[in-house]
Design a protein around this ligand. Sequence first.
Ligand code: SAH
Ligand code: SF4
Length: 375
Amino acid sequence: MTQEKTEKVNLLGLSVEKLTAFFESLGEKRFRAVQVLKWMHQSGVDDFAQMTNVSKALREKLAEVAEIRAPEVLKQWDSADGTRKWLVRVEGGSAIETVYIPDGERGTLCVSSQVGCALDCSFCATGKQGFNRDLTAAEIIGQVWIACKSFGQLEPKGPRKVTNVVMMGMGEPLLNFDNVVDAMNLMMEDNAYGISKRRVTLSTSGVVPALDKLSEVTDASLAISLHAPNDELRNELVPINRKYPIAMLLDSAKRYIDSMPDTHRKMTIEYTMMREVNDRPEHAEQLAELLRDVPVKINLIPFNPFELSDYQRVSNNALRRFQQILLDKGFTVTVRTTRGDDIAAACGQLAGNVNDRTRRSQRYRNAERPVHIVG
Ligand code: SAH
Ligand code: SF4
């Protein structure tokens, strides 16, 4: 990295407010922010010289003090089923993974928020890596930029391929609050990606104090990684539950949903299913009781085995039985299907690397193994 690079402001991750303030600090009019926002996020332009509706003098000034820099794509894999995965280099030499999953009219991008994760859920490959650092807002929105650009979505009137974004890649988004919020708001911003708030989802394992603040800054959709119907079991699977137990988490999530101006919004409950751990009929019964008065749709996720874990994937029978119990009680219950097997693309199970040799070799071993992906 050159000295010059570090001194320039990277405009890619700036929210509308921050970009506006930046132009004001240059003595420029506010509407310049919208112009540049559109060039970056709707046309995929990262060179000021191409911004033809901006005066030449301003373009030259911008080139001196600012830059538009997305993280670098190290590798791209394409699955036979249309799933695409990128290995993305972020500053400091680490790498993260981003996955695109097409499904009929829908195209979901699974975006990472941190390099590694500190929360160490017992069934999660990312957690096993430990935590390296937060991604910057530019590195988070940069994953959307990379995906849209690779599909030609950033050309004027190009086909829209990325219709949904889920913050379900590596990391706990609520532990990187400001950067994640700025990036999500850009995803939903009309002058940037313009994705509807129902189609941008933050997934959390339950950082309650941060969740309590979320409604003040965004109205994106919410997914709660529950994985267990009682505290005893959840303490084991999701250690942050010891600090913020289920009742506290669901109360906070309910407050978030209730604060939305539009009615009929529901949170998603994610439930990763491991054989003989959380897949029994009594777990389904308990879950139904727990969620009786909570506006939810439930997403059952068969566990993806990985090297450092002793858990096993739920059997199909147990999964169907579990689903049926919940369906019979009137819940909406979907099951995440397996996608991108041939390119090892698993949302929430992404390894990336945390810039240390042991873990890097672990990642490459994992990358050759077929794993499951979000649906
Ligand atoms: N930290 C956030 C977001 C990233 S993890 C969170 O925990 O919600 C997103 C999802 O990945 C989790 O809900 C979990 O369901 C899923 N996940 C993690 N490890 C998995 C595994 N080994 N198999 C299947 N799903 C997994
Ligand atoms: Fe972190 Fe989410 Fe993995 Fe838990 S499941 S370790 S919170 S990335």
